[in-house]
Design a protein around this ligand. Sequence first.
Ligand code: BGC
Length: 754
Amino acid sequence: MKRILIVLIAAACLTACTKKPSKEADMDKFITDLMRQMTLEERIGQMNLLTMWFDVTGPRMSKGVEKKVRDGLVGGVFNFWTPNAVRKLQDTILTQTRLKIPLLVGYDVIHGHRTIYPIPLALASTWDMELIEQIATAVADEASADGLHWTFSPMVDIVRDPRWGRVSDTAGEDTFLGSEIAKAMVRGYEQGDLSKQNTIMSCVKHFALYGAAEGGRDYNTVDMSRIRMYNEYLPPYEAAVRAGASSIMTSFNEIDGVPATGNRWLLTDLLREQWGFDGFVVADYTSVSEMENHGSGDKAKVTEMSINAGLDMDMVSEYMIEELPALVRAGRVKESTVNAACRRILEAKYKLGLFTDPYRGVSDERAKSQIMSEDKLALSKEAALKSIVLLKNNRKTLPLDASKKIAFIGPLVKNQRTLLGSSAAAGNWKQVKTLWDALESKYANNKFLYAQGSHLVENKLIQRMTDQQNGNVIDDRPAKQLIAEAVQTAEKADIIVAVLGEAYDMSGEAASMSNIGLLDNQKALLKALKDTGKPIVLVLMNGRPMTLQWENDNIDAILETWHTGTRGGEAIVDILFGDANPSGKITMTFPRSAGQIPIYYNHKNSGRPFSNDSKFTVKYIDIDNSPLYPFGYGLSYTQFEYSDVQLSDSTLTGKGAVTATVTITNTGDRTGEEIVQLYIRDLVGSITRPVKELKGFQKITLNAGESREVTFHITPEALKFYNTDLKWISEPGDFLIFIGGNSETNNRAKLTLI
Ligand code: BGC
């Protein structure tokens, strides 16, 4: 018996000892073996990311990239794609470098690679997490077929200042919604398995607080309390990290006086130690060298600071390859720190399967079948339809009746480039169908009227903008002449559709604006059209919340279409004529005037909350205190009615849960989608609490006359916040539970946490 037992134990041991090592152990061994063969310079080379082809986003271009690649001084490149180009570059690696370590190939694939989807701010307006995840998956499929491994997305920066041009690349102002979107995008891009050739690695950016730049000026200083960071700005980054994001990008701004790229508290204490992030950290474009401008030290000092803070990869500055070898030799940076950074980058390459197949995902067949495939174009149209927001619709001006005489007026009716928006990656605007093209193909026998009416961008602004090459052409025709032609055309119509807004490069990076209303020439056109006395629909194409007080007071219907992507023209036409019903809701507050900024729904109550009855309260004396359109707002061609909020219990215990239920009825005459929103207010806290916070949402479709119960489960988790000790806690007391169609809802019930 004893003998049998020994034999069994021995057999078990043998199996255990010869058991195939886990995937991770294989990877560790592979990388350890590889790193043993690498010189210090080669290990540092992996930390060097250079740009190829175009200088799209930064002040400086990388030079001599191919030679540096051959010398083993480059770990990755970006702004570079196509199967051929990528194949050739990896060929160089395989045939002309000592260790044949494949390059990472990245790009700013923000809302599509070649098939362009609505801009992120528009996609957020869908509140549709499944759709957003599906889009990220489709984007990964297309980008990987075009040679890419890595996207610099999602951009999860919370923003409350629409003057900042990059609001277009974000999900808007809300922490909860932003976190949900961040997770959906990471899941979509990576699918939990980077070895699949149709996935790409995500890069959460910009860590951290980039959206809080003072005055909304891009790249500007940020100064924020830890309480605000933890409760309002950091959660989306954390959510993306916990969803499995494999890389993260530092931001340009400072945090507590230390630039993010060299901020050890941020990159090590918070990111690695508190959140357990095990991917790699890349700097934003030249943000390492920019630390000199911040006043953090000379070239050697800022390099030392950033690597010791926890940065793994330098984007474009090349300070790592130029300074690190000497810093290591001088003992200012430990070799083990370099090794850890190099290892993290090699791990990413390993997980992507690049060591097995340096041409991962790249084949002409895949490119042919996946790039701009019919299903992707259809998805882009679906997203466009769902992201459009109806802001106003007096007397059912919309949908339009195609049998009427309609004048389409404005510089965006026939504009292709604008539909794609900023950050449009490799999207080719020449393939875009304009709103006019879509009209003509859908209503072939109809004679719509057209006039340009105004310049899209005034000449003086074009001259200030750096990028004049993609459609913003200087036009010397006098504004008055364009308006006169437009008025003549409008006079012949029953109804006017004015298509106005912002050119694609008036939002996005380095496109902050102090005036976020329509430009003067467009406004003058709109006023002249108004003087005709005809009903007017304003179709807006733009990348940020705009100030639309005059438009709201004077125009019959306003449709916010954002920059809607490759199939945007068709989607807008479907909505205008009622083949689709608008369902989007804004995820950033629209102010009445730029002077109200920052304005956001989840503000604090203050000691003197706003009141019309008293002078001495939080307000301006020259303008209403409220926003023009609140967060979460959007209309439909039908209407929804909400019942009172019913709680399953008026008290909640530490470990329990209650349900909050409303019945929603479609009281209009057509099917529509409604985004039902749950907000919570914590009435008393050890720190002051916002007047409302979004804590849940559901999107439902209801036929005309149909009613449905919508239920939210509320646990103490939804009542938690970071207190002064930055502990995540809930505190017993009273809470208001609101459920409604936007953040101004007052439909509520009281819940007590005991
Ligand atoms: C932007 C990043 C972008 C990078 C690379 C920077 O200027 O801030 O968002 O990923 O350039 O293009």
